[in-house]
Design a protein around this ligand. Structure first.
Ligand SMILES: Nc1ncnc2c1ncn2[C@@H]1O[C@H](COP(=O)(O)OP(=O)(O)OP(=O)(O)O)[C@@H](O)[C@H]1O
Length: 327
């Protein structure tokens, strides 16, 4: 079915249209609130009650739908078309955000996030408030902007993909009964003592190089989540991926090297020169290939994935529209 008045197709949606659409047409907007019942640690019942109250008070047209544990959202596609849904509000963490946006990004909808995950890397990177009520207020009054995403072979990523140490943490975290920051921190510490470097070949447009690294992060967002910055220069809208490579070093130096990276004073000026004498390499590129020679574990947007030997990674500029803070 073709779209008519309320929501023009994505190709014709420009920032101005969306901005004014958001502010002026709150009554004509049609919302689906997608709730992940298991993400994060905070109980959602009280917030869902509040969400209903606010939505009813403001006469919003909305429906609450649970998220899909398999990541299959085919059941929503016809509904979005038939009912001319304009806004998908994701109440969950990065794993949910990845699955929902991947499934629905070709439709002319805006996405909003109410961060209810363990890390919430994309939401916090986009300046979405931590407090659920404030995040919802932003969805009602803020602006939708085009945001980049990227592909790792045929898999979609919108926040951060990693090989090595952080991926091992994601794998171990997935086996735990409890979620949340505490469990994540425990797993990070345990893995720190077991961490060892993996061998990679990194292929860029003009050259390639080998590196032994504790981890490689491919970042669209500036952080892992919980406001833990890893790629200080990363922008969600610049058409570039920020690549962070924590090269083999004395393990005692690793936290300090990461700290320098977090503070943003290790920006790579001359990649080739730095390869020999810097512990953490940091550069930007729209695409690259990583040959994962020792089968380092992989995560995509914080979710453990089966590892891949050769990762062809490419940005999708302005892939979807996210309601985000302009601050
Ligand atoms: N209805 C559901 N029932 C059970 N599991 C679900 C359901 N919907 C989604 N999931 C799964 O829940 C898992 C965790 O979700 P999510 O990643 O959003 O939370 P988190 O891991 O706590 O937060 P973050 O990714 O921000 O660290 C995902 O693997 C997702 O596939």
């Amino acid at each position: 079915m073709e779209y008519s008045a309320a929501v023009p197709p994505v190709e014709t949606l420009n920032v101005k249209t969306i901005k004014s659409g958001l502010r002026d047409n709150i009554v004509t907007r049609r919302f689906i609130y997608l709730v992940n019942p298991i993400s994060g640690t905070s109980k959602k019942e009280a917030f869902i009650k509040l969400l209903k109250n606010i939505s009813n008070q403001r006469n919003l047209n909305y429906e609450i739908v649970p998220t899909s544990s398999t990541g299959n959202y085919d059941f929503l596609i016809d509904k979005i078309r038939d009912e001319q849904i304009t806004d998908i509000v994701i109440i969950g963490g990065d794993g949910t955000v990845n699955q929902v946006i991947n499934a629905l990004r070709h439709l002319p909808v805006r996405f909003g996030i109410i961060p209810f995950g363990s890390g919430n890397g994309l939401a916090f990177s986009a300046g979405i408030p931590k407090k659920p009520k404030e995040a919802f207020e932003l969805i009602l009054t803020g602006s939708a902007m085009p945001v980049d995403a990227f592909m790792v072979n045929d898999q979609f990523s919108c926040m951060l993909t990693g090989l090595g140490f952080d991926a091992q943490v994601a794998h171990d975290f997935a086996t735990k009964d409890s979620r949340g920051l505490l469990t994540y921190t425990q797993q990070s510490l345990l893995n720190f003592f077991k961490a060892h470097p993996y061998q990679f070949e990194v292929v860029l447009d003009s050259f390639s190089f080998f590196t032994d690294a504790f981890f490689i992060s491919v970042a669209n967002s500036n952080q892992f989540g919980n406001n833990f910055t890893i790629a200080p220069a990363a922008s969600l809208q610049d058409g570039l991926l920020d690549i962070v490579i924590a090269q083999k070093m004395n393990k005692a130096k690793l936290p300090f090297a990461i700290l320098r990276q977090i503070r943003g004073n290790n920006k790579l000026q001359q990649l080739v020169e730095d390869m020999a004498n810097k512990n953490v390499l940091y550069f930007q590129t729209p695409s690259l290939t990583i040959k994962n020679l020792k089968h380092a574990p992989l995560h995509i947007d914080g979710e453990p994935r089966e590892t891949i030997e050769e990762l062809k990674i490419e940005i999708i500029p302005h892939c979807f529209h996210l309601i985000r803070s302009m601050a």
